[in-house]
Structure formats: structure tokens, C-alpha cells
Design a protein around this ligand. Sequence first.
Ligand SMILES: CSC[C@H]1O[C@H](OP(=O)(O)O)[C@H](O)[C@@H]1O
Length: 357
Amino acid sequence: MTPDSTLKVKAIDWREEELYLLDQRLLPQQEVWVKCNRVEEVVEAIKAMLVRGAPAIGITAAYGVALAARQRFAEQPQSWKEAIQEDLAALEASRPTAVNLAWALKQMRRQVDALKSDQNPFAPLAAFARAIHQADQEANLLMGKLGAEVLASNQDHGRDVMTHCNAGALATGGYGTALGVIRAAWDKKLIERVHVNETRPWLQGSRLTAWELEKEGIPALLHVDSAAAHQLKTHPISWVVVGADRITANGDVANKIGTYQLAIQALHHGAGLMVVAPTSTIDMELETGDEITLEERDADEVLCVADQRIGAEVAVANPVFDVTPADLVDYLVTEKGVIHRPDKEQLEKLMSRKSMH
Ligand SMILES: CSC[C@H]1O[C@H](OP(=O)(O)O)[C@H](O)[C@@H]1O
């Protein structure tokens, strides 16, 4: 088991049977931990992006199910199983794109169904949520190792890497997916600098990824999203390393808005595109990325900066995810193995494997 203490940065803490979340809306200026006592608070925390990141919201929702069970069993011990269904539905509806949320709730629903109606559900559900959390940490450590090996296999353009959004410890159970590979590559002295896309409008790059890299002492160079192509053109960047929110059966990848254009820019400049995601991010029930619901968020996220309105009175489009077609993905790194140029046949084989850790 991977003790939390080995991980320098975390966003989720289950301590003394209570759930604490690091409020990522306040980073990097403030590190404020919020205690969630009730499932309603967990639903709101996911919706408002107090906690965000595909694996992180799945893990948080899993703990939310344990909190819901504690509430429902206390209120109506004879019918808690029926009552908790609306909590499961509210958690699943909190954000639409990251499949990890639905995956985690599917695991928890199976646990709920297996429990006796007269049994206090809190302890077994909390333990299962904890197991999901720790499995994610272990998967990230393994993916970091596997991804660093892929990265070392081709550094023809140099020893820098670029990343987009935040796919770090703050977006997962700890260590990170894309940032897990970057952490492992840094530890192996494979890379010299990380080019960080600021990732408007929510600024996961400049606020969260830059903060994680600073804590790890990994050299970072932050730039505006529209500078990404220029940086790829003028700097020794061999890899663009990103996370994912949902990967469909044909290998299409939904990730933070801007990933698609970055994939095209990477191809043009000869940098490899590495997608790093646990298999809980793979949705074999969807054939292609065209079927993915891409979350649209409030216009104010685009029109306002630091609560100051900067945009004129115009219509606003704020899709916060896009789909990168599989043929732009050079490598998919998962805890079950690595795929070069992902396609349905390889994904089916991968999904049939047992986890390697
Ligand atoms: C391993 S994090 C996956 C993914 O989640 C982020 O989205 P958000 O910050 O809106 O939750 C981003 O797309 C990351 O790449």
C-alpha cells in the first residue's frame, strides 16, 4: 500500500472517518482544507471545482457515498438502501465528462447492493472508498515509471517536456498521471524543464501545475496557451504529456480544452503526444469521441478574471473539454500497460489484462 505520507502533494484526505478536500479554487495563494460532513457538500464541491480532475472526482464521490450511507442509515436504518439512490444519482450528475466519476460510483453501487439492509454501511463503504483511493495512488506510481521509460525512448528534440492543464496530485489520488510521469522522469534525471500551458479559463496550469512543480523543485516555464506552438518551435521539447477525462473504444481522448490544438501543434513540430490515464478513464461503451458529453461551464469563467469582469457583452462559448482523435496520440500510458497508437483492438486487449501493480 502507498502511504499518503510518501506523497508531497494531495488534494483529498480521509482522516478519522472524515473527508477533507483542499480547496483548489484558492490555490496557489491559499491552502485551505474544507471538511465535508454530508454528501450534499461533496456534490457541491465537485460541481464548483473545489476538487477537480478526473480520478480525483471519482475518489471524492466514492467517499461521498460512504458519507451518504452514514446519513441515511442514521435517518432511516430500515430503508437506507432506497434512500441512498438519490445521493448516488446526485453525485453522478455533478460533472458529465470524466468517466472516472461514473466508474467509481459503479464500484460503490456494487458494494451498497452487496450489503445487508440491517447492517451499518458506513465502515465497509468507507474502507472500499479508501481502497479506490490507494489503488489510484499505486496506479499513478506505476504509470510514472512506465511513462518515463517511453519518454526516454525518444528525446530527439531535447530534454524538455510540455504539459497542459493539471493532471497532477491535485487531479488524482496522489502523485498524478501526466505529472506522475514528469515527476518520475525528473527523478531519473531524464528532463530539464517543464513548459506549462496556463490553461485558460480556469488556469489549472498556472495555478495548480506550476504550484505542484514548484513544491517538487522541478524547473517550470509558464506561458499563455497561445504561445504553445511558438514554444514547441523554439525550445528543445520532445514530448507533450497530458492526462485524460474519458478515452473511447477507438482511442479518442477527451481532455481539457486546448489539448486537441496542442496535439496538432506537437505533430507539426515533431514532439510526441503521450496521454497518461488509469484504465478507470477508458470507456469502452462509447465507440468514438463524438459520443462524449463535453461539459460547458458558465460564461463568467471566460468573462471574468479574479472576479473582475473583463469581457464585453457578447455571446460566450465555454466548452471546458475537447476531443483529440486517436491518430494524434503517440502513446497511451496506463497502469495495465502502454499502447503505441491506441486503437480498439489494442484497447480491448489492454482492458482484458489484470492490473500490473
Ligand atoms: C488526471 S486529471 C484529468 C483531467 O481533469 C482535468 O479537468 P478539470 O480540471 O476540469 O477537472 C483536466 O482535463 C485533466 O487533464
